[in-house]
Write a protein of this length. Structure first.
Length: 389
């Protein structure tokens, strides 16, 4: 692997610094740092991270370094003497850099054109754009991932056109919804750069449509399948999580952070406004046991209590032979199916599941169904501990 060499029983990360970047590192030709391990697989991962950090440190290219040493355009500059008098002219950075490149046999590449103001280089604006985002941390990171991939493919604005952008997005093999989300992130970044520069970079997005693969639709588990999963689980907290999901239809993070009382559940954090609700507690559930289970959870990515236990559960479901169309979320679909098959009114089912109501009267103005009105429908859900027929 590039960047990796072994010395005695340890692997070292190495990077041969490109010549034009060496001034940024005091003229050094190579950087070396131990990965701290003799395990090659682990060393490869660490070496990649180390070298990427070095590259980040040198994110200003040689032309940026040169440009940083020069006076601003228009600064009066001595250019020589005539008959004992100093001749001064306004400094022209672009002309000076072009002459410098010719004298030193350096290419007038895209980095030069960016440093001289001729090209717009996107990576110079990524940090500022990311810092002004106001969405959730998880959404911010997804937007940054989308835009970083775009910048890797199109480092400069002049490289982007509608055809190339469409080909770049559709070549990723993602679902259409994911491609449209990425396109939205790129549009937002593009607009930010235009505002920062007070210029119009063109409109490669006009009439641009992207088509990806069909999004995989989650399928509902059957009651027998949920019982099988429950029986195969060894961890009691995981078993309880499956049981609560099957008897409430709650999302996994809702289960992990809601307040469970002896006769009801207070859901105060949810992915949607409609998800904020009060549910009756199924007669088979023990509020105290659920609260104790919550206390054993540790926050994972983005502070989500369900992060670790949810990933473990989905890995177990996959090992049991279920395909990607069936995950923990499929338990929620099972509950929806169960309610429908038992003739539960759609508005009541929507209140239980925390779905948005499309009707004006109930969706916009109603404060929600009384918890006791939901109880008979909740009790229609069959217990799985032990599994019932």
């Amino acid at each position: 692997m590039p960047y990796l060499r072994k010395q005695k029983d340890r692997y070292f990360a190495t990077w041969d610094i490109p010549e034009k970047l060496r001034p940024k590192f005091g003229g050094k030709r190579r950087l070396t740092k131990t990965t701290g391990t003799g395990n090659k697989s682990l060393a490869q991962r660490r070496a990649y991270q180390i070298v990427e950090a070095w590259k980040q440190q040198a994110d200003e290219t040689y032309w940026d370094w040169v440009a940083g040493q020069l006076p601003e355009d228009g600064t009066p500059t001595d250019i020589g003497e005539y008959k004992g008098e100093t001749i001064r002219e306004p400094f022209n950075r672009k002309s000076w850099m072009a002459e410098f490149a010719w004298e030193h046999d350096l290419p007038l590449d895209d980095d030069f054109k960016s440093a001289s103001g001729e090209y717009v280089r996107f990576k110079d604006y990524l940090g500022g754009w990311f810092n002004q985002l106001t969405t959730t941390p998880k959404t911010n990171d997804q937007k940054k991932l989308d835009v970083s991939g775009f910048i890797e493919a199109f480092p400069f604005a002049h490289l982007v056109n509608r055809k190339k952008l469409k080909e770049f997005l559709e070549a990723q093999g993602k679902a259409t919804t994911s491609l449209k989300r990425a396109l939205g992130s790129i549009k937002g970044f593009w607009s930010y750069v235009e505002i920062e520069l007070d210029v119009t970079l063109g409109d490669p997005f006009k009439n641009l449509s992207v088509v990806g693969r069909t999004k995989l639709q989650k399928q509902a588990f059957s009651h027998d399948e949920i019982c099988s999963i429950y029986d195969h689980l060894k961890d009691n907290d995981q078993k309880l999580l499956v049981e609560v999901a099957a008897l409430t239809g709650m999302r996994i993070e809702e289960i992990c952070c809601s307040t469970f009382e002896q006769d009801h559940i207070d859901v105060r954090e949810s992915k949607t406004r409609a998800g904020i609700r009060v549910l009756p507690l199924h007669s088979s559930l023990d509020a105290t046991a659920i609260t104790e289970m919550q206390g054993r959870l540790t926050p994972g990515a983005y502070g989500r209590l369900s992060h670790t236990i949810g990933k473990d559960l989905n890995r177990h479901i996959t090992k049991m032979g279920y395909g990607p169309e069936k995950t923990f979320h499929s338990i929620r679909k099972y509950v929806a199916t169960r309610l429908e098959n038992n003739g539960v009114d759609e508005l009541i089912a929507a209140r239980i599941l925390g779905h948005n109501l499309k009707t004006m009267s109930y969706g916009l103005y109603s404060g929600g169904a009384d918890v006791e009105r939901l109880r008979p429908s909740i009790e229609l859900l069959k217990s799985i501990a032990p599994c019932a027929a």
